[in-house]
Design a protein around this ligand. Structure first.
Ligand SMILES: [Zn+2]
Ligand SMILES: [Zn+2]
Length: 411
């Protein structure tokens, strides 16, 4: 099993921690339980130099650190262009089979714009052209539309996106094999769009780098090579499952206004004609609304032979809920986290595998219960909206009351 996070950014990307190095990415990948990372931002001149200095590429297109952690060539670019009378902004992941092809992509991108001002550079050509350009370089380059549902920058985004893959890529749609679900959507939501495409999930964790990597990930069941990963993404041979944060937890799941304290589901929003009942301004429309708008099938629809997926909230979020604190990076929270990881090896092992009876040897019963409820996808969550993350409600998950929370805080 290879659990991979293939949407990484370097410290040169906007809104990323300035401390991010390949060493740190590896360190936190190991803590998280990831087995493979994307290099991120491979076209950025300084990051590229670091990749080439620090990692050694083998004949399978895998880059190894000196302590034997694997990466593959990966970047993300932003396209801003007009198509069918509308301004479009779409982010795409690009995977390259080896350093030689990566260098050709860099030369090409460099001919189209500057590469040194941001780890995720912006270009003015279309998604259709991107496919043509990349296929002129190598058929083994893979393009995956990133966080496909986000209002701006997502392929299906309500603000600057399209209504379908076909609308975006036209005849080049056949060269798109997978879309990346992003934090506000998961496979059951995307199945309703009835697109003939695989689904992958990666973290794109900008703000808290690098310990946030692997919030979302994809598990493969193949020998480690670029070719096998590519085949799994394209054909699902060797594809195991995606790991998704619960979509309700995403920052744009429901509609509303944060400032007005208004959170609405799609039906409520429709009744209000998209206008905030408090301030009278248009509401920020979330991903669920957009899905309802584009869906060709009812909620609960499953395609034939659906991909497997797991819905998981990261361990840090569980800890702050159980210990009733807002400070996700406090000493206390890291203390609890490290105790758990030191005992069980990695976060994914804790979230996916460790028995309740083993857990309670290390953490209080309530913490163990929350970990199990998370694994079983039974945590109650108040959906995120207008940039606010969703909130886990332990009381309604039926396992904790206010008084017990107090005791735990003192633990
Ligand atoms: Zn992006
Ligand atoms: Zn408002």
């Amino acid at each position: 099993m290879i659990i991979a996070d293939l949407q990484i950014h370097s410290r040169y990307a906007a809104a990323c921690s300035k401390n991010t190095t390949l060493d740190l990415l590896e360190k936190y990948a190991r803590i998280k339980g990831l087995d493979l990372l994307g290099t991120g931002d491979f076209q950025h001149p300084l990051w590229n130099k670091e990749i080439k200095e620090k990692l050694k590429e083998d004949e399978n297109g895998i880059l190894w650190s000196s302590t034997k952690f694997p990466f593959i060539w990966q970047t993300e670019i932003s396209l801003m262009y007009r198509q069918d009378g509308k301004g479009r902004r779409i982010h795409h992941l690009i995977f390259a089979p080896n350093g030689e092809v990566a260098d050709q992509i860099i030369a090409f991108l460099g001919s189209k714009g500057r590469l040194d001002y941001d780890g995720r550079p912006i270009f003015g050509f279309s998604s259709i052209e991107l496919v043509d350009f990349m296929r002129n370089i190598s058929n083994d380059i893979e393009i995956v539309p990133a966080h496909c549902m986000t209002p701006y920058f997502g392929l299906y985004g309500s603000k600057t996106g399209f209504d379908s893959l076909k609308d975006c890529f036209k005849d080049n749609t056949k060269h798109i094999h997978a879309i990346e679900s992003g934090m506000s959507a998961d496979p059951p939501m995307l199945w309703r769009l009835k697109e003939d495409v695989n689904i992958v999930s990666f973290s794109d964790a900008h703000s808290y780098w690098p310990w946030r990597l692997g919030r979302e990930a994809t598990a493969f069941d193949c020998d480690l090579s670029y070719k096998n990963i590519l085949e799994a993404i394209r054909t699902r041979k060797g594809f195991s499952f995606t790991i998704e944060t619960v979509p309700d937890y995403g920052r744009y799941h429901y509609d509303g206004h944060k400032g007005c304290n208004i959170r609405l589901n799609p039906e409520e929003t429709r009744k209000l004609k998209g206008i905030c009942p408090k301030c009278g301004q248009p509401l920020t429309i979330g991903v669920q609304y957009r899905i309802e708008e584009l869906a060709k099938e009812k909620e609960g629809y499953e395609p034939k032979n659906p991909i497997q997926y797991k819905r998981l909230i990261p361990l840090h979020e569980l800890i702050i809920k159980v210990y009733n604190t807002n400070q996700i990076t406090s000493k206390k929270v890291w203390g609890v986290y490290n105790t758990i990881i030191n005992k069980f090896g990695s976060e994914f092992n804790v979230l996916l595998n460790v028995d309740y009876n083993e857990l309670i040897k290390v953490v209080p019963e309530k913490m163990a219960k929350v970990i199990i409820l998370n694994r079983e996808d039974k945590l109650k969550i108040n959906p995120g909206y207008d940039g606010e993350y969703g909130e886990i409600v332990l009381e309604e998950s039926g396992i904790i009351n206010k008084k017990e929370q107090k005791t735990l805080r003192e633990f």
